[in-house]
Design a protein around this ligand. Structure first.
Ligand SMILES: NC(=O)c1ccc[n+]([C@@H]2O[C@H](COP(=O)([O-])OP(=O)(O)OC[C@H]3O[C@@H](n4cnc5c(N)ncnc54)[C@H](OP(=O)(O)O)[C@@H]3O)[C@@H](O)[C@H]2O)c1
Length: 339
């Protein structure tokens, strides 16, 4: 089979399409013919060696993907040959609280990921895919979509009429926007681009703020909400955005800490957290049970993730470069031809 590897060293120059032996499903395992994968910011960090420098190489990157079950090993009961399934981000996190073992079972590092024509996984590490989705759309669900779902729904208990502040128009953020609209909530989006803000409005955002033109956007969000603030903030910016988020959130509101696009170390006034009784919650993708709950919601609403562009497997490097440019509106996908 063909696969994309980070070969002998980190960096985009060290991504290569390679031949590997076709894997075989053992007892309790499934063999997947991969149909599509999708890129996350984390995958870019992994390729560049900025996620985990001690990650052994070679590594097949990426954790988002969908495939068709080609064969099942002895004793498999959860899926059958011909089923279309998504991989789960953390292979051993089925339900319950995160443990070291569970959160170390992630695809695209430390385990080999989805940029391959074939994968063998435990039958516990896959979920059925909502039928209305294309392969590229389904491929985006395991990491980006589930992270937004857990921030807003599982942990955030988002209710109709609440207001959500969404940072940027990347994979996690646009899915959060779609979920907020689906839940009957109101959404304010910040972006570096007026054109992207227009597109976010077309998806249901009620207001948009250009964070380049208005770097102190926390105060503007307060104004837009009548001085009250928003119920939820989806914090993907990190170092440069947390202070603004704490300004934008209402008394007793929730900030879901998800990403570190602008840096990892932030200095914040702790009083702005406890005096406002803000709930700061760390989000780490999610377990299989939440993935299945999310898929039920997607199927019922026929919601389709936003895919900006699809590349071929041999264009993986170009796809990563495109993600790094920050031009995408939503997800960057990879179509994987199956034989
Ligand atoms: N904790 C978890 O479980 C988890 C899961 C998934 C992702 N993440 C993290 O979440 C972040 C987003 O991931 P992603 O895959 O959605 O990324 P992505 O698709 O590459 O999206 C990045 C977008 O974020 C926006 N952005 C960048 N800098 C910003 C800033 N300073 N303020 C506001 N928005 C900014 C930009 O939107 P505009 O172009 O509109 O400005 C950019 O297009 C990353 O840090 C990633 O590592 C964490």
């Amino acid at each position: 089979m063909r696969a994309v590897e980070i070969r002998d060293a980190f960096g985009l120059d060290h991504l290569a399409v390679v031949e590997r032996p076709d894997p075989v499903a053992g007892p309790g395992e499934v063999l997947l013919a991969m149909r599509a994968a999708a890129l996350n910011y984390r995958d870019l960090l992994m390729v560049r060696g900025l996620y985990n420098r001690r990650q052994p190489l070679p590594l097949i990157p990426c954790s988002d993907g969908v495939g068709e079950v080609l064969a099942t090993g002895h004793g498999v009961t959860r899926v059958a040959v011909g089923d279309r399934v998504c991989v789960t981000f953390a292979q051993r996190w089925i339900a319950g609280r995160p443990t070291k073992d569970r959160i170390r079972s992630t695809l695209g590092g430390p385990l080999d990921g989805t940029l391959a024509e074939r994968m063998v996984l435990s039958e516990d590490g896959v979920v059925a895919v909502p039928e209305h989705l294309s392969d590229e759309e389904a491929a985006t669900l395991p990491c980006a979509a589930l992270t937004a779902w857990n921030a807003l729904v599982t942990e955030g208990h988002l209710a109709p009429g609440e207001i959500v502040l969404i940072q940027g128009t990347g994979g996690v953020s646009l899915f959060a926007l779609q979920l907020a609209v689906l839940a009957g909530a109101r959404a304010i989006v910040i972006s570096s681009s007026d054109e992207k803000l227009e597109r976010a409005r077309a998806l249901g955002a009620e207001a948009g703020i250009n964070y380049r033109e208005t770097p102190e956007w926390g105060a503007r969000v307060k104004e837009l909400t009548g001085g009250v603030g928003v119920d939820h903030v989806l914090e993907v910016g990190g170092a440069e955005t947390l202070k603004q988020s704490l300004q934008a959130v209402r008394l007793g509101g929730t900030v879901s800490l998800i990403g570190n696009l602008s840096g990892t170390t932030a200095e914040v006034a702790l009083t702005s957290i406890f005096m406002q009784r803000v709930r700061l919650q760390g989000i780490l993708v999610g377990d299989r049970e939440s993935f299945e709950a999310m898929n039920r919601a997607l199927a019922a609403a026929r919601l389709r993730p936003i895919v900006d562009r699809t590349f071929r497997l041999e264009e993986a490097r170009t796809a990563f470069e495109y993600l790094a440019e920050g031009k995408a509106f939503g997800k960057v996908a990879i179509a994987i031809a199956t034989v």
